[in-house]
Write a protein that binds this ligand. Structure first.
Ligand SMILES: [Zn+2]
Length: 465
C-alpha cells in the first residue's frame, strides 16, 4: 500500500541531523521512497492515500537494543529486593513457564514496546522458538536469540558451577531450530542473533560452538558482560581472568558483538573491548532501578570511542525512560562540559535508540533513519501534549520529556501497528487480562518448585482486574 504522510515535524537522524517542518514521507510497501516538502510531495502524488501528521513529530522507530520481554512476569516484585535476581528469579521463572505462558508475557512486552514508540526489539532469552511467532504477530521488527549456556543456570544460585554438556547441547539445538524457523521470516521482519548468556555460564567449548553457529549463518552476536560481582568471581576462579579478557582469549570479542552492561569492567577491559570494536548495550533505567545510579565507567567507555546503544532490559519496554536516565548517567560519567554544551548531547542519546542501535544488529543501512530506501519504521509523537510544549529544540524535548503517553502512532515495515493510540495487531484488553492470570499462575508454580525463593507480598491480593 502507498501512503503519503504529510505535514510532519520530521526528525531524520541523518548525517546532517536535519529536523524539518511541514515534511512529507512517501511510503511504498515496506519502504520510504521519498521525503521532502509536504506540498511538493502532495502535488507530485495526488492520488496516494494521505496520513495527516499535523502536530506530530515523526522519528525513526525506536530500537530497544537489549530486552527480555518474557520477564514482564517479574514486574513489580523483585525490583525492591536485594540478592541475586539473575540466577535467583530470572532463570527459575523462565524454566517454570509453559510455552503459552512465555508467549503471553512476551506479547505483553511487545505491546508495551509499541505504545512506547518502539519498532524493533532485540530480545535474547530461552525457548525463544516457542513464542517468537507470537511476538512477530504483534507486527514488531525483531532480532531474537536463544541465550545459550552450558553451566546449568538453575543450579548457580546454590553455588554449583559445574559444566553440563548435555544442558548446553539442548541450547544449541534450540538455537539452530530457531534460526532455521525464524531468521528472515515474516517478510524478513524477524531475524536472529547468536547469544552466549554470560561469561560465567559458558565454557570455552560453548563459546567456540556459538562462534561457529554465527559464522555459518552470518549472524551478529550478543552476550551479557560483567553484570554482577558473582560473575566476576566465578570467571576469575574458573578462567583466571576477567570476563572481557576471557571472552577475548576465546576469540569472542569483535565488531559483530554487542555486550550488555559492562558494570564491573576494569579500565583495561574497556580498552580491550574498545579495541575489538564491541558495542555496549547499556540499560540505564533497569540497571539503576534496584541499587541506584549505574556505576559503570561511562566516561571512560565514551572516551574510548565505544558505540553505546540503549535497551530497557528487565520488567519494562519503555525507551523514553532509557533515554532520560541514560542521558543523566552518561553526563554524570563524563563529568565535564565540552565546547560550551554538555555531553552526550540529545542527538547522541537519540542515536543510541535509533541509528547506532541499528548498526549494532548490522542494519545501519535499513533502519534507524528516515531517508529514501530505508524501511518504513516510524514513530509519531503527539506534540499537542503538555509535557512537550513549548517546542523549541524538538530532539531535546523528546529525549528529556518524552513519555509513552505522547506516542500517537507507530508504523513497522510500512504497516501501522498503533494508529491514533489504538493497537491494531493485538486484542489488548484480552492480553492484559491473560497476562495477569498467567503471572499469578507462574509465581505460584515457581515458589512450589523452588521453595527456597521468597514470594512477593502482593498488596492487591491478585485482584481480578
Ligand atoms: Zn539482559
Amino acid at each position: 500500500m502507498d501512503l503519503l504522510i504529510v505535514n510532519a515535524a520530521l526528525v531524520t537522524c541523518d548525517d546532517q541531523r536535519r529536523v524539518l517542518a511541514r515534511q512529507g514521507i512517501l511510503v511504498r510497501g515496506n519502504r520510504i521512497v521519498a521525503t521532502g516538502e509536504s506540498a511538493a510531495l502532495e502535488a507530485a502524488h495526488p492520488d496516494v492515500e494521505r496520513f495527516d501528521a499535523r502536530g506530530l513529530a515523526v522519528l525513526p522507530g525506536f530500537i530497544n537494543a537489549h530486552t527480555h520481554t518474557v520477564l514482564t512476569a517479574l514486574r513489580g516484585s523483585v525490583e525492591d529486593w536485594d540478592g541475586d535476581m539473575i540466577y535467583g528469579y530470572m532463570s527459575p521463572v523462565s524454566y517454570t513457564m509453559t510455552d503459552e505462558e512465555r508467549a503471553v508475557m512476551a506479547m505483553l512486552g511487545c505491546v508495551e514496546a509499541i505504545r512506547s514508540g518502539t519498532t524493533t526489539l532485540v530480545d535474547p532469552f530461552r525457548h525463544v522458538l516457542s513464542y517468537g511467532g507470537a511476538m512477530a504477530s504483534t507486527g514488531l521488527r525483531l532480532w531474537l536469540s536463544e541465550s545459550c549456556a552450558d553451566i546449568d543456570t538453575r543450579k548457580i544460585r546454590h553455588g554449583d558451577y559445574s559444566e553440563d554438556p548435555a544442558f548446553g547441547a539442548q541450547f544449541l539445538d534450540r538455537a539452530e531450530a530457531m534460526i532455521e524457523a525464524l531468521h528472515g521470516s515474516h517478510g524478513d521482519r524477524v531475524r536472529c542473533q547468536v547469544a552466549a548468556h554470560a561469561p560465567d555460564n559458558c565454557s570455552p567449548a560453548m563459546l567456540r560452538r556459538l562462534l561457529d553457529l554465527a559464522a555459518r549463518h552470518g549472524l551478529t552476536r550478543t552476550v551479557h558482560l560483567s553484570q554482577s560481582p558473582g560473575e566476576g568471581k566465578a570467571v576469575m576462579a574458573a578462567r583466571g581472568t576477567t570476563s572481557a579478557a576471557y571472552l577475548d582469549r576465546e576469540g569472542f570479542l569483535g565488531p559483530d558483538l554487542t555486550a550488555a552492561h559492562w558494570t564491573f569492567c576494569t579500565p583495561a577491559d574497556i580498552e580491550l573491548l574498545a579495541a575489538r570494536g564491541v558495542t555496549m548495550a547499556h540499560t540505564p533505567a533497569s540497571i539503576s532501578r534496584r541499587r541506584g545510579m549505574h556505576q559503570a565507567k561511562l566516561g571512560l567507555i565514551r572516551d574510548a570511542g565505544v558505540r553505546v546503544v540503549f535497551g530497557s532490559d528487565n520488567m519494562t519496554e519503555d525507551m523514553f525512560q532509557a533515554m532520560t536516565i541514560g542521558s543523566i548517567l552518561h553526563r554524570t560519567g563524563r563529568g565535564r562540559a565540552v565546547e560550551g554544551g554538555v555531553t552526550p548531547g540529545p542527538d547522541a542519546i537519540l542515536d543510541a535508540v535509533t541509528r547506532d542501535a541499528a548498526a549494532s544488529v548490522g542494519a545501519a543501512a535499513e533502519i534507524g533513519r528516515i531517508l529514501p530506501g530505508y524501511k518504513a519504521d516510524l514513530t509519531f509523537i503527539d506534540l499537542n501534549t503538555p509535557a512537550l510544549r513549548p517546542v523549541i529544540r524538538l530532539v531535546s524535548s523528546i529525549v528529556h520529556y518524552g513519555h509513552p503517553g505522547a506516542v500517537h502512532s507507530v508504523m513497522v515495515d510500512g504497516e501501522f501497528v498503533l494508529r491514533d493510540r489504538r493497537v491494531l495487531t493485538v486484542d489488548e484488553p484480552a492480553l492484559l487480562r491473560e497476562a495477569q492470570a498467567v503471572t499469578r499462575r507462574v509465581w505460584e508454580r515457581m515458589i512450589a518448585q523452588n521453595p527456597d525463593l521468597a514470594r512477593p507480598e502482593a498488596d492487591l491480593p491478585w485482584l481480578d482486574l
